[in-house]
Design a protein around this ligand. Structure first.
Ligand code: NAI
Ligand code: MG
Length: 341
């Protein structure tokens, strides 16, 4: 049975790495029926709008999308397209798994998941300057907003997701000792929810964000699933991506009430776009997460295994990983692995 889904190739290296993701999905027999839609810089040029109505309509219909990186045009008053997508489809959970793919590095056997609140906190853009005596930027102010309901949504997702994946522990990361209201509400809600609904089903602990950074670098294996507010999640998920070899390997999913959008964590890499050398692994792994999401985890697992074998058994790697393979050579090796494994 076919599942309709929206496909956004995106800007820069987007179309190049999307080819790899589509090839991998086709090779495992993924059920998606694509509606290809424009967004980003390319859409601004071709449609006069970086986020055209027909693209939004498509996602409203399919409620499911695979998305390449989008460049937000600088100037011209455009708001980040990614932020607009999050708001439009209430994508409250940003889930970023970090797993070691190439053994023998600085950190081996990492298998972490960062669950980031995606709509609230200090990223709402409630910011302004206060001018004093001719200095227009004399004082800067930013207001963060976290709600009980917003905290509940992401915490519920994190606990349920952790339990569904057979994980051992959920760690809530906060700074409630200083930001007593803004991040205190998050910690308090987590503790309440654990007591009421999750006790006995999974372990639970809390840690302050700065200590968490230190612990992640010293001994990341003590953690399992981390759940936190928007700003901390943004920072921590880059840290955990760094533990497993950088942004070229990091997929992410944006889960919401109205849709789910899968993407690579990295951007459009304008410095290498069009040269056929980008590493498509992150988007390929995002495609695997999309298969998990539609309950076809066996196919997702086949993609993940093939990625691992391509990198480690066949030793086919792109330049960012110290290899010589082009995007296309890597893709061919990956597809061969999927077919022959
Ligand atoms: P970037 O992630 O595009 O690039 C940072 C560095 O990593 C560059 O040197 C790039 O060549 C390298 N890199 C990134 N992905 C790679 C890959 N798959 N293979 C090999 N090398 C890779 O970040 P940057 O330069 O800050 O942003 C460029 C554009 O992307 C901006 O317009 C930004 O707004 C957008 N962006 C979009 C995101 C999204 O759509 N989710 C996320 C982050 C940035
Ligand atoms: Mg970030």
């Amino acid at each position: 049975q076919k599942i309709p889904a929206t496909l956004i190739p995106g800007d820069g290296i987007g179309p190049e790495i999307m080819e790899a993701a589509l090839a991998a999905l086709e090779a495992v027999g993924a059920p998606f029926e694509w509606e290809e839609m424009p967004a980003g810089m390319g859409a601004l040029k071709s449609e006069g709008d970086p986020l055209p109505g027909k693209t939004l309509d498509s996602i409203r219909r399919t409620r499911l999308a695979l998305k390449g990186p989008l460049e937000t045009p600088v100037g011209g008053g455009f708001r980040s397209i990614n932020v607009r997508l999050r708001e439009e489809f209430k994508l409250y959970a940003n889930i970023r798994p970090a797993r070691t793919l190439i053994p023998g590095g600085r950190y081996d056997n990492i298998d972490l998941i960062v669950c980031r609140e995606n709509l609230e906190g200090l990223y709402m853009g409630y910011e302004h300057f206060i001018p004093i005596e001719g200095d227009p930027h004399a004082v800067a102010m930013s207001t963060g907003v976290n709600t009980r309901q917003g905290a509940r949504h992401i915490l519920e997702y994190a606990f349920d997701h952790a339990i569904a994946l057979g994980r051992k522990k959920v760690t809530v990361v906060h700074k409630a000792n200083i930001m007593k209201a803004l991040t205190g509400i998050f910690l308090e809600t987590a503790e309440q929810m654990f007591e009421e609904r999750y006790k006995g089903k999974i372990q639970f602990e809390q840690v302050i964000v700065d200590a968490c950074c230190m612990k992640l670098v010293m001994n990341p294996w003590q953690f399992d699933v981390l759940v936190t507010t928007n700003l901390f999640g943004d920072i921590l998920s880059d840290l955990t991506a760094g533990l497993v070899g950088g942004l070229g390997m990091a997929p992410g999913s944006n889960i919401g009430a109205d849709a789910a959008i899968f993407e690579a964590v990295h951007g459009s890499a304008p410095d290498i776009a069009g040269r056929g050398i980008a590493n498509p692994t992150a988007l390929v792994l995002a495609a695997a997460l999309m298969l998990d999401h539609v309950k076809q985890q066996d196919k997702g697992d086949r993609i993940r295994q093939a990625v691992s074998d391509t990198l480690n058994v066949d030793n086919v790697r792109t330049g960012d990983l110290g290899g010589k393979a082009s995007t296309r050579e890597y893709t061919e090796a990956l597809v061969a692995r999927i077919r022959n494994n």
